[in-house]
Design a protein around this ligand. Sequence first.
Ligand SMILES: NC(=O)C1=CN([C@@H]2O[C@H](COP(=O)(O)OP(=O)(O)OC[C@H]3O[C@@H](n4cnc5c(N)ncnc54)[C@H](OP(=O)(O)O)[C@@H]3O)[C@@H](O)[C@H]2O)C=CC1
Ligand SMILES: O=C(O)CCC(=O)C(=O)O
Length: 479
Amino acid sequence: MSVHANYIAGSWVEGPDAAKNVNPSDLSDVVGEYTRADRAQAEQAIAAARAAFPKWSMTTLQERHDLLDKIGNTILAKKEELGRLLSREEGKTLPEGIGEAARAGQIFKFFAGEVLRIQGEKLASVRPGIDVEITREPMGVIGLITPWNFPIAIPAWKIAPALAYGNCVVFKPADLVPGSAWALSQIIIDSGVPSGVFNLVMGRGSVVGEAFVASRDIDAISFTGSVGTGRAIAVRCAEIGKKVQLEMGGKNPMVILDDADLNTAVGAATNSAFFSTGQRCTASSRLIVTEGIHDRFVAAMTEKLKSLKVDNALKQGTEMGPVVDQSQLDQDLSYIDIGVKEGAKLAFGGERLNRETEGFYLSPALFIETTNDMRISREEIFGPVASVIRVKDYEAALATANDTEFGLSAGIATSSLKYASHFKRASQAGMVMVNLPTAGVDYHVPFGGRKGSSYGPREQGRYAAEFYTVVKTAYTFPG
Ligand SMILES: NC(=O)C1=CN([C@@H]2O[C@H](COP(=O)(O)OP(=O)(O)OC[C@H]3O[C@@H](n4cnc5c(N)ncnc54)[C@H](OP(=O)(O)O)[C@@H]3O)[C@@H](O)[C@H]2O)C=CC1
Ligand SMILES: O=C(O)CCC(=O)C(=O)O
């Protein structure tokens, strides 16, 4: 099996080390072998991006538009192949994998359009005869550090705006899932990105990520991952004056009110908590249910979970794939144990499952009789584990929903316009969903949260310009 190399300064280069990428649905299946860069190689990539920046930042909008459009079209044409690879290496179901690959293609096409809409402002000065122009310029070299749970969409929603606004990129994907990142990079390279403008640096966070954070030749870092790693990166970036954007965890609430349509509520809650094996920062792991519907909701959820097909991600009909790896599985099982010890009751699941192929299978776990101060209600588990929290009424539900250190996404199931409208205003989250799952967002609108979930400007949509550009104010006195 040949080793998949890094792409630095326009060439494919191997690092000193390589690792096997194993399918979490079938541990006997090796997806491929992928190189790991050392610090010197990461620094070469940064130097290549720095050297390419002056020319790339001056390219015409047409050139950048055409490149991004071509990348987007190629991803869309290959979405089945890419989606299969993604599902094989990460464990989300095949429809989820193909959907994510398609989303990556749409993101590139969206930013191909945004290239043509880069905006500025012209204002009159407070002084006579002077014009003021406000323009957006590229930041420079951007370091992108991505997690394992969206191996193609998250890289796409960072790489596409970085290139669109005239920046050069050094990209470090998660060590656990280099396959989709490598395949995406190959498409970017085959589409004709100039040498040095885009560099793929696979390797460990503690080596490659560290090199990015420490480098004074990187102007900005966009990171998605855990709170601990994100906050440490922000502190280091602040020390050397580097711009930073962090998307981190969530403990997203889904409120279910007495007047909710039960089918809608159960559908949205199942999707929010268990699709993609609960491994989404937008997943809902706190189902906050008012008294009048509580018992009916728990009974209907339990029935739904009994029939949810947990199996090999590539198998037709699978609704929930395996957990991504042993360490995440250990984390999930440990939280299930913590929940039981805290006095919560398992209404369903939380058990290791055996399937035809050996993998990290876990049945969806639904806790009842929980409170919002239990650890399982406060800490991000990042697996198929959800707690039902019983509350008296809407006011108590809202207070419970907001009682968290996170603020990424929040949902409400209700047929009341009054409560839906109030919740949209009063929820302390960056994204609010009414009668919809907390996860699964559009690609053309801003994505991000409040409180401990996010830091820095928003990602995605036209709001991405805020992070990937720097504003210049120019004064002219024509004389
Ligand atoms: N909000 C979200 O979208 C996500 C949240 N998580 C949460 O984080 C937990 C742990 O997952 P994990 O993948 O370890 O998350 P991390 O935050 O450790 O990893 C995210 C990315 O950061 C890199 N990284 C790790 N350490 C450093 C460092 N010191 N400097 C720079 N970059 C670094 C990682 O590299 P490498 O892959 O080599 O470790 C990876 O590319 C999960 O259980 C979950 O709770 C995880 C993924 C996504
Ligand atoms: O819910 C989504 O569509 C995106 C979720 C996400 O970006 C994440 O989990 O990191």
